[in-house]
Design a protein around this ligand. Structure first.
Ligand code: ADP
Ligand code: MG
Length: 726
């Protein structure tokens, strides 16, 4: 029986060196290699007549070599190998550079199959650097070849060979992962054949049925895992919050009327809170739709029923802002709110944790620091996480474990089409705020190229003269070399930072994933610093020397960060420069212009989030997307969509559509789960049918205990172990 978990280095042709390169692609085991699926294919199976080839196309030609192979030295390090081939319809010159061994491989008078790119020269056709086989052999030609995603220093050939050997290792072995009855009922190909055909398709139909099976499995396992998560919380007895505590008491104290959508959502939450089933609800709403106030009202209900509340935000700025809003609304009701951040002084932390433990604090707001062991609640009843797609299931679990099955409200500003949300967040009930507070003006959006630079700058100035403020967001700069002195210092700091993170690993047993995340964060902060410095220089020194320009960046001391934000809020800064490291959600109603530099490098979801920072007050607001005229077609399409609509849900649909065409912005940024093979846009119909399959299985065999479902049980266990970091 072959061990699928064995180290990939033992696959023939791999070895330790290639294995470490494969590791960079997250391929560690034989199974990882087998499930490293091609990104696309190159069809080298059909041959074309020489007379029919087109300039620039990549084709397979079957032809006879009709001249001696000729080697010419044209420069010191450059040798050209040349010959002529002919079929019934014409002739073609074939050339290679520096591959002198080819002279031994090719004989005049013999037939070969060549695959390469055609160039039409003035008086002849030429194929350069083709791969070839003796007629009848199929090593490099004659078949559909897989192209693997980013191979990172490994050639396509090396990966192909490794995969081919991996397939040989499992040949004839029973590696099937799905139960027999599932394969039969849903007409799916077996795994053995599917793996073979997905990597080396014998024809297109076979590849499609292989793909169908693999996508089916991937989606089914996700669905079953989600159902299981959901089922687990349902089994517990939750908290019944008091029916006598009326949410309307806070509602009436607000300076505005809640929207219908907010009221509907609050009713759903109220019902959940009063029932004895633990609430597990996702609150979706566009930026600015008013989610925070919903969480404040829910917190009121919890506190007045005698429980404590935890609010977890992804960044210190956001946590601080929430803290202020909570205080403003809840303190008049005698509810004690407190803030805890990574940067909170140990002495103060100690004080807070003590008060928390004896119940003197009602609502604790914070970042990741809420997760640490010494944060102990007396009586935690409600957990609110503001996710901006940063927390996973695991963090949610850590915080809920600080209470006795508290209610959970997950807020996210990532608009996902409802159909998709229902499926992807299968473990949560869903509430949607699909309406913005009244009197919000549409944010005018303009996508501009370099040519418009001056007009944009004039426009910025005009708005500032009218008393408004401006955000400028720039993308991270990946730094090539650390020639910059200050960056060296950063680097040292970073190392020290990482070391302390690693020490933490031992003492607090933070899991591997979190450490990875922190490392990525550290890297990002460095790139962030550089970008912000460069742009601040440009804006302050070159464009607006007379205006008040300031910047915020991730590595800034929290106190300094707060100071800058505070100044911006108070109107003491005209232009605030940052990258996206300073996250969305900041609320400065007087800011009316959002300028995004290199907007073509951002995904749609992110652009929409950024735009949401303006248009929060009474002023007409603008979003200016600067993009390069050389941006890709898809990037230009994104600019167009941003100009056409302000509706986050429409943008989400479009986003998926664009991804469906092969564009990939990194799902992390978007908050969607990552798949090995499924594509949420293309596979939507499949996703729907798989969901009903999962529901059927679950209703017949909850917990997957039956003999026939043991294979599924195993798949789901593995999936849950990886944690579905939605
Ligand atoms: P979100 O978190 O969904 O992005 P916020 O909760 O930050 O949005 O709300 C954005 C702004 O709108 C805040 O200043 C908030 O006070 C205000 N707001 C919320 N609900 C309403 C409402 N119904 N009417 C008017 N203003 C509202
Ligand atoms: Mg918010």
């Amino acid at each position: 029986m072959v061990d699928l978990k064995q180290n990939v280095q033992y696959v023939k042709s791999v070895g330790p060196t290639k294995a470490s390169l494969l590791n960079n692609l997250n391929i560690y085991t034989l199974n990882d290699l087998l499930t490293y699926f091609p990104r696309e294919y190159e069809d080298r199976s059909k041959t074309k007549n020489i007379a029919d080839v087109i300039d620039g196309e990549e084709v397979t030609i079957q032809a006879r070599v009709i001249s001696e192979v000729n080697i010419t030295r044209i420069r010191k390090n450059m040798v050209i190998i040349k010959t002529v081939i002919e079929d019934d319809t014409g002739r073609c010159t074939v050339t290679w550079f520096n591959q002198t061994y080819i002279k031994q491989r090719i004989k005049r008078g013999e037939m070969y199959r060549f695959f390469g790119k055609i160039t039409r020269e003035v008086n002849h056709l030429e194929m350069r650097n083709p791969v070839f086989d003796e007629a009848g052999k199929e090593k490099n030609t004659g078949k559909i070849m897989p192209i693997y995603p980013s191979t990172y220093k490994l050639s396509q050939t090396a990966i192909r060979q490794a995969v081919e050997n991996a397939l040989l290792m499992v040949k004839g072995e029973d590696i099937e992962t799905l139960p027999e009855y599932i394969l039969k009922n849903y007409n799916l190909e077996d795994l053995q054949k599917s793996l073979q055909e997905i990597h080396f398709p014998s024809n297109i139909e076979n590849r499609l049925s292989a793909r169908k099976r693999l996508v089916f499995e991937e989606l089914l396992v996700m669905q079953l895992a989600l159902l299981e998560l959901k089922g687990k919380t349902e089994d517990y007895e939750g908290i019944k919050f008091s029916k006598d505590v009326k949410m309307s008491d806070v509602m009436n104290s607000l300076p505005f009327k809640l929207t219908k959508a907010q009221l509907k959502v609050l009713e759903e939450i109220d019902n959940d809170m009063e029932s004895n089933k633990p609430m597990n609800r996702l609150l979706q709403g566009d930026v600015g739709s008013g989610k925070t106030v919903v969480s404040i009202i829910s917190a009121y209900k919890a506190v007045k029923s005698g429980f404590q509340v935890a609010i977890m935000a992804p960044t210190a700025i956001l946590a601080t802002q929430h803290f202020e809003e909570f205080k403003k609304i809840l303190e008049p009701f005698n509810i004690k709110c407190e803030l805890i951040l990574g940067a909170t002084k140990p002495k103060q932390k100690l004080e807070i944790t003590e008060k928390l433990a004896n119940g003197e604090i009602d609502v604790l707001i914070g970042t990741h620091s809420l997760l640490t062991e010494n944060v102990v609640f007396k009586n935690l009843g409600l957990v609110v996480t503001d996710e901006q797609h940063r927390f996973g299931v695991r963090q949610r679990e850590t915080i809920t474990n600080k209470g006795n099955h508290p209610d959970v409200l997950v807020m996210t500003a990532t608009p996902i089409p409802r159909t998709l949300a229902l499926i992807l967040y299968g473990d949560l009930d869903i509430s949607i705020i699909d309406e913005l507070p009244p009197n919000r003006k549409k944010i005018e959006t303009y996508a501009v190229t370099k040519r418009m630079e001056e007009r944009v700058n004039n426009f910025i100035r005009k708005n500032i003269e009218e008393g408004r403020q401006v955000y400028v967001v720039c993308p991270l700069v990946e730094d090539k070399e650390d020639d910059d002195e200050s960056l060296k210092e950063e680097k040292i700091n970073e190392r020290v930072g990482l070391k302390s993170i690693e020490q933490k690993e031992n003492t607090e047993r933070i899991n591997q994933l979190e450490i990875e995340e922190m490392k990525i964060e550290a890297f990002k902060q460095k790139a962030d610093l550089k970008a912000v410095k460069e742009w601040t220089e440009i804006y302050q020194k070159q464009i607006f020397p007379d205006l008040r320009v300031a910047c915020v960046y991730g590595k800034m001391k929290p106190k300094e960060k707060e100071e800058v934000m505070e100044k911006f809020k108070n109107g003491e800064i005209d232009i605030l420069i940052s990258t996206t490291v300073i996250e969305v959600g900041v609320n400065v109603p007087n800011a009316s212009v959002m300028v995004v530099e290199n907007a073509d490098r951002f995904g749609l979801a992110q652009l929409h989030q950024l735009r949401g920072r303006v248009g929060r007050g009474e002023y007409q607001s603008y979003c200016i997307l600067k993009y390069s005229s050389q941006a890709s077609q898809v990037a230009k399409e994104r600019m167009k969509i941003m100009q056409e609509t302000n509706d986050g849900f429409v943008i989400a649909e479009k986003d998926l559509e664009l991804r469906g065409t092969g564009e990939f912005f990194g799902t992390k940024q978007h908050g969607l789960p990552e798949f090995k093979i499924a594509n949420l846009f293309v596979d939507m119909p499949m996703l729907k049918s798989v969901q009903s399959v999962a529901l059927k299985i679950e209703s017949e065999d909850r917990g997957l205990k039956q003999e026939k479902n043991q294979k599924l049980r195993k798949l789901v266990d593995e999936k849950l172990k990886q944690s579905i970091s939605l």
